[in-house]
Design a protein around this ligand. Structure first.
Ligand code: URA
Length: 432
């Protein structure tokens, strides 16, 4: 087989066979294919697309290109969730303990955040002594004991994706549906859970701005998951405004704890409960409505919060911080943004909020950068709220930035006002 023939075939719009895709993925993984030929095929895929069959075959091959987690010791009720990324998205910290409280087993590997979206591992690192690195035996033992564990990504999972993603990033081929779907799902398949819930976001603070594109991505990812023997479902969710009221690592952990303790943060609570119910429904084999009722009961009855504490303590985290969230979230420097007019908040642009939070130190430009765990934004008003001139809209905080002038100016541009109460989109648009 010759790579040039495979490139030509795809360039002409033909579908590749499993053997041809295997040749490609093997060559990417073992380094025998030059970057220029890999990049040429990526560009051909970008323009010509892939059939469902090809996308499924490519994903399977990528998922087997390195290590695969062995979760067999946890039985059949393992579940995982994946979010395509958003601003203020701390749903894993809420949905995972809820699902674990109703009997789902969650052995989750999570990444560090890049750019303006924070990673779950960064958030968890804001809890003193929380161990994000466990050996595989400890990891499984904690899930057996508590029902859940979340660790940082280690090991050589889907190495073909690492290479392909790096090349896509520099060849303008990131925005290809089959390439995005195979990239995300190859890592989920390698992570081993039998059920997978996807939160595919659309909107200004999401990777996909367009809802229709998010739906198309969700559809193909669900098909891939199911074709690969994983029960898979996807929620199409809105990310025009940040989720909840807090953005930034420590702030988000504290907000997750508050929701688990019973605070009603509507968008965050609705979405976290739905994602937990999605995991419970798939892995326990029960209808979604029944799963939702079980999950709501676990949340309202405090079992989910107890599960959260049990999990954090099992990974060495100091759970006493949750007794005094004000001290936990305190940062060295802070400043407030106040409204300069009366009215309703019509929009609060998630992307801008994410950028301001990163500017304050909560995001990283390169994966090896350190983040300021205390940096972030506490919102007091969200879309739909009415405000009077002078009301506090948000508090910005940082452990490193003392001069807030640029951040305040930028954040003020994220708020759009109107004289009439705006109609807001639902947080969950559809379920696939
Ligand atoms: N996230 C991934 O992991 N891969 C993509 O291609 C896009 C988003």
């Amino acid at each position: 087989m010759r790579m040039v023939d495979i490139i030509e075939k795809k360039r002409n719009g033909e579908a590749l066979t499993n053997d041809e895709l295997d040749y490609f993925v093997s060559g990417v993984t073992d380094g025998s294919l030059p970057d220029y030929q890999i990049s040429a095929l990526l560009m051909a895929i970008y323009f010509r697309g892939m059939t469902e069959e090809e996308t499924i075959a490519l994903t399977k091959l990528m998922s087997r290109s390195g290590e695969c987690a062995d979760l067999d010791a946890l039985g059949p009720q393992t579940a995982d969730k994946h979010s395509t990324g958003g601003v203020g998205d701390k749903t894993t910290l809420i949905a995972a303990p809820i699902a674990a409280a109703v009997g789902v087993k969650i052995a989750k590997m999570s990444g560090r955040g890049l750019g303006f979206t924070g990673g779950t591992v960064d958030k968890l690192q804001s809890i003193p002594n929380y161990k994000v690195r466990l050996n595989p035996k400890e990891f499984i033992k904690i899930v057996q004991k508590t029902g859940l564990s979340v660790v940082g990504q280690t090991g050589n999972f889907a190495p073909a994706d690492k290479k392909l993603y790096a090349l896509r990033d520099v060849t303008a081929t990131v925005e290809s549906l089959p390439l995005i779907a195979s990239s995300i799902m190859s890592k989920k398949l390698a992570a081993g859970a039998k059920s997978v819930v996807l939160d595919v976001k659309y909107g200004s603070g999401a990777f996909m701005h367009d809802r229709k594109k998010a739906e198309a991505l969700a559809e193909i990812m669900v098909k891939i998951g199911n074709a690969c023997g994983r029960k898979t479902t996807a929620y199409i969710t809105n990310m025009d405004a940040p989720l909840g009221f807090c953005v930034g690592n420590t702030l988000e952990v504290a907000e997750a704890a508050e929701v688990l303790k019973g605070k009603n943060v509507p968008d965050l609570k609705v979405l976290s409960l739905s994602l937990a119910a999605g995991m419970a429904s798939l892995s326990l084999g029960i209808p979604r409505d029944r799963a939702k009722a079980l999950c709501a009961d676990a949340l309202c009855g405090g079992r989910a919060y107890n599960k959260f504490l049990e999990w954090i303590a099992a990974q060495g985290g100091d759970i006493s911080v949750f007794n005094d969230l004000e001290s936990f979230t305190k940062a060295k420097y802070s400043a407030r943004l106040c409204a300069d007019r009366d009215g309703y908040i019509e929009r609060l642009d998630a992307l801008t909020v994410g950028h301001v939070s990163a500017l304050l130190g909560a995001g990283r430009a390169r994966i090896e950068d350190e983040v300021d765990l205390t940096a972030g934004i506490r919102l007091f008003k969200k879309p739909g709220d009415d405000v009077k001139k002078g009301d506090a809209l948000a508090e910005l905080q940082s452990g490193t930035v003392k001069d807030f002038r640029d951040a305040l100016k930028m954040l003020s541009r994220a708020f759009k006002f109107s004289d009439e109460k705006p109609k807001l989109p639902p947080i969950i648009y559809s379920v696939i």
